[in-house]
Design a protein. Structure first.
Length: 166
C-alpha cells in the first residue's frame, strides 16, 4: 500500500540547539546561502504552457519566455520558447520560437529552431528553420529556408544586389 507523506515528516528531529537559533533570529525564516552577492537568480520553471482558448481573439503581439498553446485567433506576432498552434487556431502574423508545432492555420512567416507541421497544418508564408518536419497531409504555400540561427532578427530572405546599370 502506498501512503502520502509530507517532506517535513522525513527530516530528522531537531537538536535542542536548533530552536534556540530560531529564537535568536527573531523568528524569521533562515535565508538561503549565496555564493556571491551578485549570484544569478534561476528563471522560474513553468511546468504547463499558457493556453489561449478557442473562444479567445487577440489583436496585438504576444511575447513570452515560456511555453504557450494557442487554440484561438491571433492577429499579430507571437514569440515564445515552445509554441503550439492548435487545430482550431488561426494566426495572422509572424511566429517565432525554439520549438514551433503547427496543427492549425498560420498566415505569415514562421521562424524556429525546430519547426513541425502536422497533417492538419495550413501555412501560408515562409518558414525559416534549423530543422523541419512536415507530416503527410500538411498544406504549405511559401518558401523554406534553413539557417543556423533562424531566431536572429532580420532573418528574412536575402535581397539581391541592384543591377549594375541602376
Amino acid at each position: 500500500m502506498f501512503s502520502k507523506t509530507r517532506v517535513t515528516e522525513n527530516t530528522p528531529p531537531q537538536t535542542p540547539a536548533a530552536p534556540q537559533q530560531a529564537e535568536t533570529a527573531g523568528n524569521t525564516p533562515p535565508k538561503p546561502e549565496r555564493s556571491g552577492e551578485n549570484a544569478p537568480v534561476a528563471p522560474r520553471q513553468r511546468t504547463t504552457p499558457s493556453v489561449l482558448s478557442a473562444d479567445l481573439t487577440v489583436v496585438g503581439n504576444i511575447r513570452t519566455e515560456g511555453d504557450i498553446q494557442i487554440e484561438g485567433n491571433i492577429e499579430g506576432d507571437v514569440r515564445a520558447h515552445q509554441l503550439t498552434i492548435g487545430d482550431s487556431a488561426v494566426i495572422k502574423g509572424e511566429i517565432v520560437g525554439d520549438d514551433v508545432i503547427v496543427n492549425g492555420r498560420v498566415v505569415g512567416r514562421v521562424r524556429g529552431l525546430r519547426v513541425r507541421l502536422s497533417a492538419s497544418a495550413r501555412v501560408e508564408g515562409d518558414i525559416i528553420h534549423k530543422t523541419i518536419a512536415i507530416e503527410s497531409g500538411a498544406h504549405f504555400e511559401g518558401s523554406v529556408q534553413r539557417q543556423d540561427d533562424p531566431l536572429a532578427n532580420g532573418g528574412g530572405t536575402k535581397k539581391l544586389a541592384p543591377p549594375a546599370g541602376a
